[in-house]
Design a protein around this ligand. Structure first.
Ligand SMILES: [Zn+2]
Length: 211
């Protein structure tokens, strides 16, 4: 019996996926921990956006993902655009779309936005049913066909546009101490004089101090 990975590798080979792209898929699947359909589509999206921008993976680029689902991971793995290095913004619009642009000292710069096209995806019935979260999609029995359609389609379900994006310059900031918890935050992140952790973004209750 073939393992899931061998299986996927065989599907990729049967659709003439290039060694470079296979490398991207392998690294992204490893990072994501499993070959989620959205992740695989995301790899094709990043590859397409790179080509439109005339850029290569080593270049310093800025990226936006319009959803938290899957799409941020190929941007992190292939392009090293991460939340931590401020080169990845995740704007939760809920669309399966990404935008790439180069650094710029101007207030605006041109980039390319790549998205799953609702009209084009209809050419692939299983993929469309999965993408639209339709009850007709049955994961158990349709997963192989779904993967097959993803690698058959490649960029065929994607559309792209040239877009102008705002460049946000690095802000100067000063440290402030929250009067409730005593921890420090950038001053402009205080709300009504207290940190957001003690305010609108509280997410835990202290149980006991450890040290
Ligand atoms: Zn606080």
């Amino acid at each position: 019996m073939m393992t899931a990975e061998n299986d996927l590798s065989a599907i990729m080979d049967s659709h003439s996926i290039s060694p470079v792209m296979k490398g991207h898929f392998d690294r992204c699947i490893d990072f994501h921990t499993y070959p989620a359909p959205g992740l695989l589509i995301g790899v094709f999206m990043v590859d397409y956006a790179l080509e439109l921008l005339g850029a290569t993976p080593g270049e310093k680029l800025y990226a936006v993902a319009e959803t938290y689902k899957c799409a941020p991971d190929p941007l992190q793995v292939i392009l090293n655009c991460t939340s931590g290095n401020h080169r990845l913004r995740i704007i939760p619009i809920g669309k399966f779309a990404i935008t790439l642009n180069r650094p710029s000292t101007e207030a605006h710069t041109d980039g390319f936005r790549v998205f799953v096209d609702a009209d084009k995806i209809g050419r692939y019935p299983v993929l469309a049913a999965w993408f639209r979260n339709e009850p007709t999609f049955k994961k158990q029995s349709m997963e192989q066909q779904l993967l097959d359609e993803i690698f058959t389609a490649k960029r065929d379900i994607l559309s792209a546009e040239k877009v102008r994006v705002e460049v946000t310059p690095k802000q100067k900031w000063q440290s402030a101490k929250c009067p409730i918890c005593g921890e420090t935050v950038p001053g402009d992140m205080l709300e009504d004089g207290v940190c957001r952790g003690c305010g609108s973004m509280t997410y835990y209750q202290a149980v006991e101090a450890v040290d």
